[in-house]
Ligand binder design. Sequence first.
Ligand code: GDP
Length: 254
Amino acid sequence: MVFIVFIIGTAGSGKSLLTASFSEWLKINEQDVATMNLDPGAAKLPYTPDIDVRDYVTVDEIMEKYDLGPNGALIMAADLIAGEIENLKAEVDDINPDILLVDTPGQMEIFAFRASGPYIASEISKEPKAITYLFDSVFSLNPMNYVSNMFLAAAVYMRFLLPQIHVLSKCDLISNNDVEIIAGWSEDREALENAINKMLDGSKRLLSYRLSRTIYQLGLNFSLIPVSAKTNEGFIELNAALERVFAGGERITY
Ligand code: GDP
């Protein structure tokens, strides 16, 4: 059985480095892990993917072939990947790892907010899947940004309807105190509302307050696991969360 983890987050939130570091960490812990790059525009990756969509489609080729700019080519490339689903599936079946970490395109809308992303997620395998959604630490320090990220995470959940784990990425870049504050917002609605009232004013305060209330009413849980792909902090907790989703808390690879 292959457990598939799609790593999703805004551009620069740390998806590729997390794929690199977490897969290495899992290997050290004797887990049978493989990596897949789904970004046809990735120029350089901090790991060598076991399965790479650029073997089938690249943004550079599309730009040249269809005389498109980088954005148009990226959108077209992302849609063309859907046509390569059988090849990608065959590669997954060939390698047949216990866990597959899937690094999604840099700009998350390319994967999350076009038809091809959920199609790929649904067709790549019928085995269990989950999403790890990244909240960038530095960006999330401001409660308005934090609420915007909750909104994006809720939108991603709505698009894929898969179990979703939430990570506070790059936590080594902010103080331990700030990590605790943001993680506290994710556990306690009142703590977030107090921060919104204290740190924001005018329309920003009103919108952040109302939006956070609306998201809470959806009953979604955004408990954040602080993680650093530089120091490996939080990998034990992230792995435990994945094991809870996939194996009822049991180890994934024996
Ligand atoms: P992506 O666009 O979401 O795939 O983000 P990347 O993985 O490419 O990371 C964007 C930048 O943030 C790169 O310069 C990374 O080296 C850096 N970065 C990623 N994760 C971490 C982290 O945990 N800690 C620190 N300090 N930097 C990170």
